[in-house]
Design a protein around this ligand. Structure first.
Ligand code: ATP
Ligand code: MG
Length: 573
């Protein structure tokens, strides 16, 4: 058997065992083939060569008992035995009234901006529940306000979700269903459950505040229907709205005849000027959740008072009622976790754009080196409690660090560099490990008598002090000041000597952007973005743009190549 075939067989066996163990001892050929094909993609081995091997291996594996499968996998690839289990090990509680195969969830963003970590919370919870219950997950663009919806954001938001590894079973736009909404509105009018109100916004507010109905409430259905039709077709009756005949005396202000439809004369990015009467969130949200088959819709807690409106609308229309759920809105200390707060920062030029590394937008987080898996784990760590709290971003950082630590290559970076000349320095060609405990290879560094070290490291040194150039040898200080000189002081590790980062004169100049909190005590922090200048070792220039590495003693940094320059974005310590 060829070496190649042997390799395919080995990999196939590993994944077949894993798959079999997950599914009561019987591996699925297609699932295994998918994994093996992916594993050999880089080596451009074609599926044609792989599939027959997988087929034979799966048959073999399916003929051995589960206990033996587990034993074998423990021998050849123990990490696969535990991995899948861990991935699903999170804290989402059981859904009430949920049946396997029948749960439908949805994520309903308004296409009016880039998604942020708060949206990630909602999307991940919705998506994850659909996975847990073998259900369906719908991506619904709630684009019923043509003032806000912008064509570019439909695509942008999908890209953001894909980055989080979220896939959806169905995608649609609420604006595609407007005809249905109109029909349902007419039904309410004909039932006498909705009326046209032409009062000014101030008068309406006033009336709601004092629990006082206005005279519009007395309009007959016939008259209301007439004005409604006029609204739909002509430019007349500006300012008229359709209101639910709710309870003006209700203790819950949300129930005091909420608005169902209003006129917005603005071109819609998808519907053009086809419509001018648009449903409110109260109406569209309830109707869409119901008619699209959603069983467990989640909303943030601030909508709780509007729940009775949601159910009233569905009751009156005789539509199925989903099991509405709430969780707290995510807030992070010093960060704007809301499109409404992010937008003005961009417009006023206080941040550099939607992907500014100080922002909690998914693009900003990605740019600074927060990985999607960290966001997922963070969301699970927060759970779906209703308790409002403001969390510290350091929680995200800690999770990200844990994920990156065994994966990120380590290099030297010297900020505020000062020159160090070493007398009697032996010329060396050393190889340094890219990671102290995980095998990631090494990089070679040639040294002579000139080094650059960090000014702060040298500040407290005086003549005669000995320190160690990390990974190299000891140096004894001869002269301090602007140009520092020292002497080679042997190789032997000396206890308690400082180990200092260095570069040779073959360095690359680098600028690292370090993000801070945008808000301090609710006002804009003018020092929220600082630049760290320094020298990185040469090997950094071989890194790919987008790679996240660890600069020892500095922190985790995402590398970006820009024309002549290499810049870094600081993730965290
Ligand atoms: P924003 O102020 O950011 O515009 P929004 O709620 O108006 O917030 P939508 O696009 O309407 O933004 O939100 C889509 C979904 O994401 C909703 O279900 C909403 O509840 C959820 N969501 C938005 N922000 C947060 C947050 N900070 N925490 C949790 N969920 C959020
Ligand atoms: Mg919104």
């Amino acid at each position: 058997m060829s070496v190649e075939k042997e390799k395919i067989k080995k990999t196939a066996r590993m994944y077949a065992l894993q798959n079999a163990i997950q599914f009561h001892g019987k591996a699925n050929e297609k699932a295994v083939a998918g994994k093996v094909i992916a594993a050999f993609k880089k080596e451009s081995i074609s599926p044609k060569e792989i599939i027959p091997v997988v087929s034979a291996v799966v048959e073999e594996i399916n003929n051995i008992p589960l206990e033996e499968q587990v034993l074998e996998l423990e021998q050849i690839a123990p990490e696969l035995l535990h991995k899948e289990k861990k991935e699903r090990d999170f804290s989402l509680p059981k859904l009430p009234r949920a049946e396997k195969g029948k749960v439908v969830t949805r994520f309903p963003p308004e296409p009016n901006g880039y998604l942020h970590i708060g949206h990630a919370k909602a999307a991940i919870v919705d998506y994850e529940y659909a996975q847990i219950y073998d259900g369906k997950f719908i991506l619904r663009f709630d684009d019923t306000n043509p003032e806000n919806a912008k064509i570019e954001f439909y695509e942008v938001q999908k890209e953001d979700l894909r980055w989080l590894d979220i896939e959806w079973d169905r995608e649609y736009h609420t604006s595609d269903n407007l005809k249905t909404h109109y029909k349902l509105a007419e039904q309410l009018i004909n039932q006498g459950d909705a009326y046209i109100c032409k009062c000014t916004p101030e008068a309406i507010k006033e009336g709601r505040f004092h629990s006082k109905a206005c005279s519009c409430r007395k309009r007959s259905h016939g008259e209301t229907l007439g004005i409604w039709k006029e609204l739909l077709s002509s430019g007349e009756s500006k300012g008229a709205i359709l209101r639910l005949r709710g309870e003006m005396k209700s203790a819950n202000t949300a129930m005091r005849d909420p608005t169902l439809f209003r006129v917005i004369d603005k071109e819609h990015p998808l519907q053009g000027d086809k419509y001018r009467v648009w449903p409110t969130y109260d109406f569209a949200g309830a109707v869409e959740d119901s008619i699209s088959g959603v069983t467990h819709p989640f909303r943030t807690k601030e909508y709780e008072l509007r729940d009775p409106v949601y159910f009233r609308i569905l009751s009156l229309l005789n539509l199925r009622k989903p099991h509405l759920m709430e969780f707290s809105r995510l807030s992070i200390k010093g960060m704007p976790v809301s499109k409404r707060k992010i937008k003005p920062l961009i417009e006023k030029g206080l941040v550099l754009g939607y992907d500014d590394i100080r922002l909690p937008t998914l693009r900003g987080l990605k740019k600074r080196g927060i990985v999607p898996e960290a966001i997922r784990q963070f969301v699970f760590s927060q759970g779906i409690s209703k308790a409002e709290s403001t969390v510290d971003f350091s929680i995200v950082e800690a999770i990200n660090r844990k994920i990156l630590d065994p994966k990120a290559k380590r290099y030297f970076f010297v900020s505020n560099p000062v020159k160090l000349s070493v007398d009697d320095a032996p010329k060396r060609k050393i190889s340094l490990k890219l990671h102290p405990t995980v095998d990631m290879g090494e990089r070679m560094i040639a040294t002579d008598s000139v080094f650059f070290v960090q000014k702060e490291d040298m500040q407290n040194m005086t003549t005669g002090d000995i320190f160690r150039l990390k990974g190299l040898y000891n140096v004894k200080i001869q002269e301090t000041g602007d140009a520092i000189s020292g002497r080679y002081e042997g190789e032997k590790l000396i206890a308690d000597t400082a180990k200092i980062q260095w570069t040779t004169k073959d360095f690359i100049k680098m600028k690292i952007y370090v993000p801070g909190l945008i808000f301090k005590k609710d006002s804009y922090n003018t020092k929220s973005l600082v630049e760290l200048h320094g020298y990185a070792e040469k090997a950094v220039s071989d890194l790919k743009s987008g790679e996240i590495i660890q600069f020892e003693r500095v922190g985790f940094v995402r590398i970006e190549k820009q024309e002549e320059e290499i810049i870094g974005f600081f993730a965290h310590k």
